[in-house]
Design a protein around this ligand. Structure first.
Ligand code: NDP
Length: 288
């Protein structure tokens, strides 16, 4: 059987390191890193994600403030709040919870976030920097994927990596990071022909389509590193990934489960990005 790499365990280690760093700052009487989360409307999934993020910040000793706006908020009101957060020196990171309610322009709102506080890595400047191989804020899920590959002992250099899914939040930036790590990358999507054949040639398979147990043994090469990004709720309420875990676990070199795989890493990387923004802000201001 392949190695099962639990993102939940990797996350615990990384969050403990962050907690110690934050505690050290507190003991030294320094300013504590702070994340601002902006939520518009009452989408139940978004409410639950925002709560999860607040809880994770608290446990890591990072300050968090949720700005919960009415679903009928105007573009201007939303963007005024983003500008206020940009100008607030106590705030290091800004996360705009997506999707926004209908009628609001997501891209325009994201562009208002200071690139220095863009801990979700969605601002075009950070997006562009990642594509140029320049250090930048990278979206949290792809960052978590790369950390998990590292923990699997997978050296991406020269490997065939297949990313199935091309969203701006997951698939596309994950493919870019793999390319930056010198993998030979193929991006697949709903129009891709011969998906099985392409996947069967993958040394690294990133499954990010949002279809429960879509990838069975017919899609997986023996000895592959498999990262299952999908989070799908079954009719009985249980969560499952995009990969048929039981069917492929004996085939691959290593695999991430769902739950306890990529999901916890995404929040951990948000904390890491907030700490990174803090460190950069402190360096920029020449101390505290
Ligand atoms: P999107 O719906 O934005 O993108 C899905 C992608 O999958 C699209 O590029 C789509 O192609 C492609 N796709 C859909 N069906 C097929 C198919 N049959 N064959 C090949 N490609 C297909 O989803 P996200 O990227 O936001 O999320 C993907 C999954 O990851 C979801 O289950 C989501 O819940 C989960 N997720 C998990 C996170 C975590 O922290 N673990 C974080 C974010 C997401 P096309 O572009 O042509 O439409």
């Amino acid at each position: 059987m392949g190695k099962i790499i639990y993102g939940s365990e990797v996350s615990s280690e990384l969050r403990e390191e962050l907690r110690l760093e934050a505690e050290h700052l507190k003991q030294e009487g320094k300013r504590i890193p702070k994340l601002a989360v902006i939520l518009a409307g009452d989408n139940p999934a978004s409410l639950s994600y925002v709560k999860g993020k607040a809880k994770a910040c608290e446990a890591a000793g990072i300050l968090e403030e949720t700005f919960h706006l009415d679903g009928s908020v105007s573009q201007k009101e939303l963007e005024d709040l983003i500008h206020q957060c940009n100008e607030n020196a106590e705030i290091d990171g800004i996360l705009l919870q997506l999707p926004l309610p209908a009628g609001l322009d997501e891209n325009h709102a994201i562009e208002q976030i200071s690139p220095h506080k863009d801990v979700d890595g969605l601002h075009p400047l950070n997006f562009g920097k990642v594509h140029l191989g320049i250090p930048a804020f990278v979206p949290c899920t792809p960052l978590g994927i790369m950390e998990l590959l590292k923990r699997m002992g997978c050296d991406c250099d020269g490997k065939n990596a297949v990313v199935v899914g091309r969203s701006k939040l997951v698939g596309e930036p994950a493919a870019r990071l793999l390319l930056n790590a010198n993998a030979t990358v193929t991006i697949c999507h709903s129009h891709t022909k011969n998906l099985k054949e392409i996947c069967r040639n993958a040394d690294i398979l990133i499954a990010a389509v949002g279809k429960p147990r879509f990838f069975n043994h017919e899609y997986v090469k023996e000895g592959a590193y498999v990262i299952d990004v999908g989070i799908n709720r079954l009719a009985d309420g249980r969560l499952t990934g995009d990969v048929d875990f039981e069917d492929v676990k004996d085939l691959c070199a290593a695999i991430t489960p769902v739950p306890k795989g990529v999901g916890p890493m995404t929040i951990t990387m948000l904390l890491e990005n907030t700490m990174k923004a803090y460190r950069e802000a402190v360096n920029e201001s020449g101390g505290l």
